[in-house]
Write a protein of this length. Structure first.
Length: 295
């Protein structure tokens, strides 16, 4: 919850909006598309052309903890807040074209697989998948865990995802189509799922190493190395989104101000083809997750 305590100290800055002072534009390449993110109760949109920010929605006295893509024109929000006077995690559907917001089910860590239309969520003690694509809804229990444990889920393909429970647990894969579940022993030795992204162009997982260096590297699912990012000290950085059509990454960098000693966040774009990294925004909080859309 530390990121969200920082968020409130920054709220006056985050949604004063248009926080793109101090940008360092890349003269040799222009980026495009929108990045959707959450800051407290607000759902925001970041324009990757110039770093400008706008507010799309406000969920009132609740807080948006995570978000994921939910089809082409929708977002899947994990929201925590009062329902019938009890604070509850729930998944909400946000429609980008109409700004509509609808509650789906109680749960957290919501993820969506387009084939065969599967909704991944955690009910607090179980990681579950609801499969809708067969014409009738079927619910699968993937794993049971200690109540309230932190669960990390990373989509690998239209039907497959990786998951881990807690900080030091093994990484597992599960395929919704074949129902095959595997323990990825070698990948578990080197990767953290927190802050990891699947990179289609490399057919590999970008993750921070499980060692003191905290460097960002690429690994196949069998644990074999496939290169790394050219960031000397990756500790303060977090990978937020992969821009598949631009073969680039969006990362945030946590930094402390000299005067107030408070934590702030810069936004960087890393071009995978050239290994060049440029700062897009000097001071903007994106939360722990973000969703990229080309338009």
């Amino acid at each position: 919850m530390r990121l969200f305590s920082v968020n409130f100290r920054l709220m006056s800055l985050v949604f004063g909006l248009l926080l793109f002072a101090g940008c360092e534009p890349d003269e040799t390449r222009e980026y495009w598309g929108n990045l959707y993110f959450a800051a407290g109760s607000y759902l925001g949109q970041l324009d990757l052309r110039d770093g400008s920010v706008s507010v799309l929605a406000n969920v009132g006295d609740a807080y948006i903890h995570e978000l994921d893509a939910f089809g082409e024109n929708q977002l899947l929000l994990t929201v925590f807040g009062p329902v019938n006077r009890k604070d509850t995690f729930r998944l909400m559907q946000y429609k980008l074209d109409t700004n509509g917001l609808v509650t789906l089910i109680n749960g957290r860590h919501g993820r969506y697989l387009p084939v065969p239309e599967a909704l991944i969520f955690d009910d607090g003690a179980h990681l579950r998948v609801r499969v809708y694509g067969s014409g009738r809804m079927e619910e699968l229990t993937i794993t049971q865990h200690r109540f309230g444990s932190r669960v990390h889920v990373v989509q690998v393909s239209e039907t497959q995802f990786l998951y881990g429970v807690g900080r030091d647990s093994a990484i597992h894969s599960f395929d919704v189509d074949t129902r095959e579940s595997l323990v990825l022993t070698e990948l578990s030795k080197v990767c953290q799922l927190d802050g990891a992204l699947w990179i289609d162009a490399r057919d590999a997982l970008l993750c921070k190493l499980e060692d003191a260096s905290q460097s960002y590297s690429f690994f196949a699912l069998d644990g074999s190395a496939r290169g790394s990012l050219s960031i000397p000290d990756a500790g303060p950085y977090r990978a937020m989104a992969y821009l598949a059509d631009q073969d680039a990454l969006v990362l945030t960098e946590a930094w402390n101000t000299v005067v107030s000693d408070s934590v702030r966040y810069a936004i960087w774009i890393y071009d995978l083809a050239s290994d060049r990294m440029v700062r897009l925004v000097e001071d903007q909080y994106l939360g722990p997750s973000a969703v990229y859309r080309p338009q």
